[in-house]
Structure formats: C-alpha cells, structure tokens
Design a protein around this ligand. Structure first.
Ligand SMILES: C[S@@+](CC[C@H](N)C(=O)[O-])C[C@H]1O[C@@H](n2cnc3c(N)ncnc32)[C@H](O)[C@@H]1O
Length: 272
C-alpha cells in the first residue's frame, strides 16, 4: 500500500528537474530510486489509453496539490501555528525543504514500514530537518491521537493538519472517524489541508485500473458539497478545483474542461 508514496516521490522528482518547477524536492529522487522507481528511465507506457490518461492526470494532480499544500503550510506558519501533523506522511519531505519558524514541531504519522524505509534513505542522504521532526508509527485506523499525544502533540495549541493523497484510500467510515478525531484534537485557529478524490473518478479510472496499482485501491470520493460536510465537523472550508489552481499556478490543464474529469479536490480549512 505504501508503494504509492514512492510513486508520488517519483512525480515530485520529475517536477524538481523542470526549469519552471512549482516546488523543489531534492530528496524525492533518492526516495524514488531506493524504492525501485528511478527517474532516469520513463515510466512504463501502458498500451491502454484510459490508463495513460489516468497516469498523466494523477501526476498533474500531485504536482498541483503539492504546491497548494506548500502554500497552505507557509500561511499557517505565518499565522503563528507551530505544530504540523502530516497524516499518511509517506515520502513527504516538507520538514527538510520548507523554511520553518523557530519552535516548529512537525509530526509525521504513517505505519512503521514506510517510516523505516524513509529513515534509511534520509540517513544515507544525510538529510537534516529544518524544524523539530517527530515520526509517529501508527495505523490511522487505530488510536493515533493517543500515539500523537504520547509523541508530544499538544491539542490545546493550534495545529495545521495535512492529509494529502490519503482519504481516497480509506472507507467512508474511516474518513468520518479520522475527521472527527482531527477535529477533537484541533484548538480554535487550527488549519487543515486535504486532497479529495473528485466525484466519479473511481468509476472512470479506478475500476479499470491495473490490479495492484494505486488507482485499484481507491475507495472514497468526496461528498457532493465538501464545504458543508466540513462545516458539519466544525471547519470553515474553501474548496478549489485542480483546474482552477493549475491555471493560477501558470500550468493550465490541457485537457478539455469537464468538471469531474481529474482526480483531486483541494481543501483548505480553518477550525471555528
Ligand atoms: C499516496 S501516499 C501519500 C503520501 C504523502 N501524503 C504524499 O502526498 O507524499 C499514502 C500514504 O498514506 C499512508 N497510509 C495509508 N493508509 C494508512 C493507514 N491506515 N495508517 C497510516 N498510514 C496510512 C501510506 O502508508 C502512504 O504512505
């Protein structure tokens, strides 16, 4: 399951090599290579046109969402938040590549195996975090708030939460429980950045995906009205489409506009 995190790193490594990159992630190549997905050779070309379009769509959505959440985290830090929690952190290297204000504590939550793989690559690369970085090995279906508090998280102080490329893999019940728990651990003024699978994406791509591929594991799509859904959890949210953000970042999507065509839905929210 966490192999998807290495696939994400490969996309970030490719973006990093672009002249007009929307972000630079110097560790991404090391994660991809160590995970067997070097960036020098092109990814295997699937013969199936649907699969080819899906891969392109996913790669684009990863680049745009990374930039969106980088900006969200910078704004959260500027607002005075000093606790960051990355849920399903995978190969996220923001602890190493963003500038954090003094006193920032960043928690990376994922299961033990990807965190161990990540640690071995970080050691080899002699990577140094730019904030206090704390890893928390726990399954998000278990008592992760308890594990987070045991690791030093303070629910009384505001937190910025990121769930990037995560919720699409969880069941509806698991998503609801995750949101309820995040909300319970969020002091007023906390912030949150989420990426959601857009409506129809599973039927269009997931059900036809190659067995074992990331898309074959997609299970949850965003509700019709994500802003109202999050209001019900106590958050004031704004929702952005991939197409709108891509255009704002100077990377307009080249595909014909179809509201539900691309995977992704980008949410930024503040705890009331
Ligand atoms: C597609 S990757 C995204 C990683 C990272 N957020 C990023 O965007 O680079 C999904 C991550 O969620 C983690 N994950 C999925 N289900 C999980 C669970 N039940 N508990 C903890 N981590 C989980 C996986 O191990 C994987 O690292």
């Amino acid at each position: 399951m966490w192999a998807t995190a290495v696939g994400v790193a490969r996309v970030r490594a490719r973006e990093t090599e672009r002249e007009n990159a929307l972000f630079r992630d110097p560790l991404a190549r090391a994660f991809a290579t160590a995970g067997g997905l070097g960036t020098s050779s092109p990814p295997p070309q699937p013969g199936d046109e649907v699969e080819r379009r899906r891969r392109l769509g996913v790669a684009t959505s990863i680049v745009i969402r990374t930039k969106f959440l980088d900006d969200l985290l910078r704004q959260a830090a500027a607002s005075g938040i000093r606790q960051v929690v990355l849920l399903g952190a995978g190969m996220d290297s923001r602890a190493f590549r963003l500038d954090w204000p003094e006193g920032t504590r960043l928690f990376e939550v994922d299961t033990a195996e990807p965190l161990e793989f990540k640690a071995s690559v970080l050691r080899r690369e002699r990577a140094e975090a730019r904030c206090e970085r704390i890893t928390v090995a726990v399954d998000l279906r278990e008592d992760w708030p308890g594990a987070l508090i045991a690791a030093g998280h303070d629910p009384a102080a505001p937190t910025v939460w990121i769930a990037e490329g995560l919720l699409i893999y969880l069941s509806e019940d698991a998503v609801e429980l995750l949101l309820a728990r995040i909300s319970a651990q969020s002091a007023p003024g906390s912030r949150m950045g989420l990426t959601l699978g857009s409506r129809g994406v599973i039927e269009r791509f997931g059900t036809r995906a190659e067995p074992g591929s990331a898309a074959s594991m997609w299970v949850w799509e965003m509700p019709d009205d994500p802003v109202a859904w999050l209001a019900g959890h106590g958050w004031e949210a704004s929702s952005h489409t991939l197409r709108e953000r891509a255009a704002a970042y100077g990377r307009p999507l080249t595909t014909t506009p179809q509201p539900e065509e691309q995977p992704g839905g980008l949410i930024s929210a503040v705890r009331r």
